[in-house]
Ligand binder design. Structure first.
Ligand SMILES: Cc1cc2nc3c(=O)[nH]c(=O)nc-3n(C[C@H](O)[C@H](O)[C@H](O)COP(=O)(O)O)c2cc1C
Length: 334
């Protein structure tokens, strides 16, 4: 067990965060989200510790300096391997190492990591202790309330206590169970009922721990309501599909100026052109931008122009301008 107190993350950095999402929150996505939400805490997609240690780190750990504060999320359950991966993550500049104890996919269950770790508090504690010893940045955990038919708050609390005793001071609680049998990962984000009260009660009973609530937060008011009970709100799908929501939350909670969608998008131009010059395809960046005008006049045309044009050879910033013109055109003003 760790003999030093868990490092805490500055409170202001916890209020708003964007969830780790495989295939979605890559470095391009995070750069875009950073632009929209200068104060949000960002998370990578989950990377297995083994891949960090043995794989192509340039690709797997790609990160732009503007992303800070940004956490690397690891999957795995072998303390020594996780420790090595955490050390590498810190050396690559990540501000936090987060352990995934919430992913329910079959692949993850076969590898004995993700959500099934909710039933292995001792192993998670050993993993956290090893990671803490290996790196100087905060080691945190993202978990569920339990798996399958666990409905016992004390069991959840016992998991948290064991892991906290090993030096984890911050928990992201995806406030529903993971059902390991019979549900796809997608269904596991929708079907098991949400119980925000467990996350609130955790904060009440363990006020020294930093608690972030996650799961099903759909709009501005819902996100704001959580702040009365816990240290922060983590948004996943809502942030991805309606990224302007991130901007509105950041501006409201941190007092920034509310910029237009168009101005925010144009601020991304230097990044996009820099990436194109490095040989990145436009489509790899624009796929994350499709929801920017969601629900807005011209939003569908914006999405359509980008998705149809971005994969064409030679696609460049002019395509983004063309898409943007759909939202500015008077044709859509009617
Ligand atoms: C496409 C996708 C990929 C995800 N990948 C991860 C992941 O790599 N690690 C993780 O902890 N959670 C992952 N999640 C779960 C989210 O982090 C989050 O817990 C979940 O979507 C609930 O939050 P939301 O309702 O705000 O989306 C993923 C979710 C989605 C939609």
């Amino acid at each position: 067990m760790a003999d030093t107190p868990a490092s805490t993350i500055p409170a202001a950095q916890l209020r708003l965060s964007v969830a780790p999402m495989m295939d979605w929150t890559d470095t391009h996505c995070r750069v875009f989200h950073r632009l929209l939400a200068p104060h949000a805490r960002l998370y990578t997609e989950m990377v297995h510790a083994n891949a960090v240690v043995l794989g192509d780190r340039t690709r797997l750990l790609a990160m732009d300096p503007v992303e800070h504060p940004v956490a690397l999320q690891l999957g795995g359950s072998e303390p020594a391997l996780l420790a090595q991966a955490a050390r590498i993550g810190e050396a690559h500049g990540f501000d936090e190492i987060n352990l995934n104890c919430g992913c329910p996919s079959d692949r993850v269950q076969a590898g004995r990591f993700g959500a099934c770790l909710m039933r292995e508090p001792v192993l998670v504690a050993e993993s956290v202790a090893a990671m803490r010893e290996a790196c100087g940045v905060p080691v945190t955990v993202k978990c569920r309330l339990g798996v399958d038919d666990d409905h016992d708050f004390d069991r959840f609390l016992a998991f948290i206590d064991a892991v906290a005793a090993a030096g984890c001071g911050m928990f992201v609680v995806h406030a529903r169970n993971a059902w390991l049998k019979g549900l796809s990962p997608k269904e596991n984000r929708e079907v098991p009922p949400l119980r925000y009260d467990w996350a609130y009660r955790l904060k009440q009973e363990r006020p020294d721990l930093q608690v972030i609530v996650n799961g099903g937060i759909a709009d501005f008011d819902e996100a704001a309501a959580h702040l009365a009970h816990v240290d922060g709100a983590m948004l996943g799908r809502a942030a991805y599909h309606d990224p302007y929501l991130l901007h509105r939350l950041d501006a409201a909670w941190f007092g920034g100026e509310l910029r237009t969608r168009g101005a925010l998008l144009r601020a991304l131009q230097p990044y996009v052109e820099g990436e194109l010059a490095r040989g990145v395809y436009l489509k790899h960046i624009t796929r994350h931008l499709l929801g920017l005008f969601s629900g807005e006049r011209g939003g569908r045309a914006f999405r359509q122009v980008l998705s149809e044009g971005a994969h064409r050879p030679g696609a460049d910033w002019s395509l983004v301008e063309r898409a943007l013109a759909c939202t500015e055109s008077t044709v859509y003003a009617a």
